[in-house]
Design a protein around this ligand. Structure first.
Ligand code: UDP
Ligand code: MG
Length: 309
């Protein structure tokens, strides 16, 4: 019998996990001819998440778990789950039921047809999300799709069903700075997209602050595009050109009209502007360097403090 592995990253999810378990069991019962294992990855939770997961493991033989020594982030939790997965197919889904388990039978049908290696899910609305977050998310997708060869789908979730081939391809990418949405696209394979209306979290609250999301989006850009480096080089050439024109104008003014000293305020504005642009460009380079620094260290993606068999 084919095995379906569900990888569930969980960070401080004590309120959502019991609801998740109830719902997922309801869905599992409807799956014919497929065995299911669930791998909960406790990402260093500080509430009762680990205790609840241990309880699930004792009660249900299809539940396995991995617990991290501290919070390593959702990306590391997904990676740990994929490493541990034994399934013919593997689905990654959130613990808060925002990735509706009821879509699983349909997703399995598509992957079972043999035509697809990935089945992705995509929200058609962002209902219930703060408007400012939706706005920046849209800007992010527009920007990254402009500058990167890896095209991301706006509204795509991390909720995916993957064949063994796709999982192995993801595991073959050893990078420390992981951005799943980009990695899923980068590996290629034929992907079927399923759309659904946004569902709000059943309980608890989001773990992503605006600042955390901002840093994550920078990671996405830096991991999948080197265009910002090129843009900063172009900016440098642009300002060099303007300064050459300025020098030529001043030389002519001095030689022909003999009145080159005028307008120091505009000069200081220009110096400030160019200084700002230079700092910005150094910052862009710094982003890439800091990512390289983290990659070169080759630290493990996560540290496991406890895990089931
Ligand atoms: N998560 C995690 N580690 C983190 C943050 C989140 O494992 O550092 C998990 C979280 O428990 C949930 C999923 O990632 O299962 C999505 O998180 P959340 O619902 O907070 O994000 P949102 O849906 O608001 O984007
Ligand atoms: Mg959520």
């Amino acid at each position: 019998m084919d095995l379906l592995t569900l990888v569930v990253p969980s960070y401080n999810e004590e309120f959502t996990l019991p609801l998740f378990m109830e719902e997922i069991q309801r869905v599992i019962k409807t799956l014919d001819g497929v065995a299911v294992e669930i791998i909960f990855v406790d990402d260093g939770s500080r509430d009762k998440t680990l205790a609840i997961i241990r309880e699930f493991h004792q009660k249900y033989n299809f539940v396995r778990y991995i617990s991290f020594s501290r919070n390593f982030g959702k990306e590391s939790a997904i990676l740990a789950g994929l490493h541990a997965s034994r399934g013919t197919w593997t689905a990654v889904m959130d613990a808060d039921l925002q990735d509706p388990p009821k879509l699983l039978p349909e997703m399995l049908n598509f992957i079972n047809s043999g035509e697809y290696d990935c089945v992705g899910t995509c929200r058609v609305t962002r209902k219930g999300e703060p408007p400012i977050r939706s706005f920046f998310a849209r800007c992010f997708y527009k920007f990254i799709n402009c500058i990167s060869d890896t095209k991301l789908v706006d509204g795509a979730r991390d909720y995916k069903l993957l064949s063994r081939k796709a999982v192995d391809a993801l595991l073959a990418m050893p990078e420390v700075n992981r951005f799943s949405k980009g990695l899923y696209e980068w590996i290629g394979f034929r992907t079927k997209w399923i759309s659904y209306e946004n569902v709000e979290r059943v309980a608890g609250e989001t773990k992503w602050s605006f600042w955390k999301l901002f840093r994550y989006s920078l990671q996405g850009i830096v991991s999948f595009s080197t265009a910002p480096l090129l843009i900063s080089a172009f900016l440098g050439v642009f300002f060099m050109f303007i300064s050459l024109v300025g020098i030529a104008t001043l030389a002519v003014r001095q030689l022909v009209y003999n009145n080159s000293v005028a307008g120091w305020t505009s000069l200081s504005c220009i110096i400030l502007l160019i200084g700002g642009v230079q700092l910005f460009c150094i910052g862009v380079m710094g982003q890439y360097m800091s990512k390289m620094y983290m990659e070169i260290k080759r630290r493990p993606h996560y540290i496991v403090s406890e895990q089931s068999k």
